[in-house]
Design a protein around this ligand. Sequence first.
Ligand code: UD1
Ligand code: CA
Length: 449
Amino acid sequence: MKVLILAAGLGKRMKSKYPKVIHKLSGKELINWVIDTAGKLSNDVAVVLGHKAEVVREVIPKWVDVFIQEEQLGTAHAVMSAKSFIDPDEDFLVLYGDVPLISERTLEDMIEIHKRSGADVTVLTAFVNDPSGYGRIIRDSSGNFLRIVEDSDLRDDQRPINEINSGIYVFKGGKLLEVLPKIKNDNAQGEYYLTDAVSMMEAVSTYAAKDPMEITGVNTRKHLIILESYVRKRVIEDLLNSGVTIIDPDTTYIHSTVKVGRDTVIHPMTFIEGYTTIGEDCEIGPMTRIVDSEIGNGSRVIRSEVYMAFIGEGVSVGPYSRLREGSVLREGVRIGNFVEVKKSTLGKKVAAQHLTYIGDAHIGERTNIGAGTITCNYDGFKKSPTFIGSDVFIGSDTELVAPVRVEDDALIGAGSVITRDVPKGSLALGRARQVVKEGWVYEKRRKKK
Ligand code: UD1
Ligand code: CA
């Protein structure tokens, strides 16, 4: 079966510079929710793009076919622009790029009803509390389907009808090709409505979705946040069911794109976002934000920010650490308070426990970075790398002026400014020699009197 996703519209009601379907719901673009679901049903998935098509194309997977609707003249017009994609001998499923939560299960049930009824088209409907904004399903007194009327074309007595059109249909391909050219745009919005294709069919069946959330369309930012909070609860529920402890679901935000292993405990006020994977037996939070990162089994991240970082097993981060893009922390690393790491690899069991900046550095194994160490990686013009070997001891308050290399087993005295390479096993000191003047203070005081 072919699946076509309509996503060319402007999304005017979002009041956005960006196309509506790339707005994210729980870490994933609206259109990718629909594509992922469609991909479970069929290998033959296409999208219709129009408004800022290039921007949308960048976020969708390459295996999806793209049709361009130059002008957005309505949903029927959108399907017309993908006419060559319709197979007259096959069923044809239409999905909307702004109806993200439609499930594989519901679509399968609908397709089943469609096949059994032998109808020309099956419409997915739903009964909702607030039908405003949606097309309504108009039935005769015996309950037979008559037609779909758009919200803006409703008569006042039709407004209370609470069975709505989800915008999702399975057509017989041949029948759809027959009626498409006959659709006119003589309605309130002057658009070619796909709903008219439904009204023109002889045999129409309907299937009502059990959970109205699944067919909720995102037309405004308010719809988006309603879905966001719904998905958020669902994600937390799924994690609890899979063996993850979430101490306070009310203050925990986890995207649908996140994976968390068994027996991990997530403490309050924690945000785990994007394509993040967390292993088993980890302790995350409180007050932590992790974005697009990977964290190995048995690691702890407390009161910290982690962005695009890779953390191995048994690592300890925080409190108050900041890992930025390209931070790689191997097994057993310990990063403490007020330590920032960027584009750097820290080998097994490296410790940097206090007040440190590590940027553009490569550090071997078991090296200890003393309190207040700074890799001076920027000279005002360009970034330079720092290399530190294994089993090195960097004394507190050391400045490593990059580019510079400190080889294995070296020891750097506290307070040093290191501007030249330090060979293997050497002691390096880069500071003024201490001067002591005995009794100087007492002498001074006596003179003052
Ligand atoms: C549409 C349905 C309405 C239904 C509702 C469900 C029509 C005429 N109306 O209304 O019955 O209750 O969805 O959410 O179909 N699009 C294009 N090209 C266009 C116009 C729209 O690709 O020229 C795409 C949009 O990007 C969007 C989808 O089609 O993904 C629906 O368009 P939208 O304008 O949001 O339709 P609604 O007014 O919500
Ligand atoms: Ca819509």
